[in-house]
Design a protein around this ligand. Sequence first.
Ligand code: MRU
Length: 367
Amino acid sequence: MNIDGKHYRTIWLNADGSTVEIIDQTKLPFRFETVTLRALDDAARAISTMQVRGAPLIGATAAYGVCLGLRDDQSDEALDRACETLAATRPTAINLRWALDEMKHAVRNLPREARLAVAYVRAAQICDEDVENNGRIGEHGLGIIRAHAEKKKGERVNILTHCNAGWLACVDWGTALAPIYRAHDEGIPVHVWVDETRPRNQGASLTAFELGAHGVPYTLVADNTGGHLMQKKMVDLCIVGTDRTTATGDVANKIGTYLKALAARDNNVPFLVALPFSTIDWSLEDGSTIPIEERGGDEVKFMTGKLKDGSIATVQIAPDWSQAANFGFDVTPARLISGFITERGVTPATRDGLATLYPEHASKRGA
Ligand code: MRU
């Protein structure tokens, strides 16, 4: 994606061939800053403090985190330590575990002296594959948006999204936003309703930032607005991302996604989930078994923003004595999902739908 005319990915290897650069997403939308990751702990911290976030980008950062963990020591112990440290950073996004498994698989059986170079190659491939897959998700989702535009005879298509499943959540393009970018670039009139996404406001700070940077028309709404918009027929379809999808099609995504899916069902609005294969957890049958991240209550009690004088400040929004609970994700049951947009095509949110697209995984589980 372009920022001020310059193309960026969200993560890249520096010219020194070993340190890794990320965009610090905790500073957006007010400051565009990058941070250099030099060691395993830098990568782990970047993921847990959410300098990088979004399931695919968490996976890509973990892959490079393994490389950084092997820089000074290529032993089995160093590999295990890197994978354990990174796996402990965030519990819900399955892309993290997937990327660590990929890295272990790539280097484990190699002689020590060959491990580091191969690790960097595999991490780079994980990034490139993410970009490619999201490009395909964009293609497949474009067909759906185009069909809505044709039905509306050229009137703008209104799409509601929750959290940030755009290029900032991935290496490039995004999942839920990829079809929107494609549609906009093709001249299809699209408009996005952007949920603010409390408590961390990924919609207000990140989705709004990237849609604006690309020139896609959007309107920011408070989190609880979606139901009203759908009742008033102001939403043609919802598209969201996912952090983990079970083999049966249940979807964990940012807290509040479930309520949007309920409102969509009540108002006959298609509710679509965009995802690459690396977000599917073939070992789980039931969304209620997905681990849900709980973060510190201060993320609910405090908000960070720009003051009128341009300075950035964090302010408290509840009484000092308030207890706050901060569940990061909720689970939307497959029955509320109209379809999945994947890199292999669009499919029903069912076990059979996923098995048809990914027979190699489904057959391993005897489906
Ligand atoms: O807590 P976050 O910001 O990492 O949550 C991100 C989301 O919920 C996204 O919708 C999800 O990771 C899909 S990203 C393509």
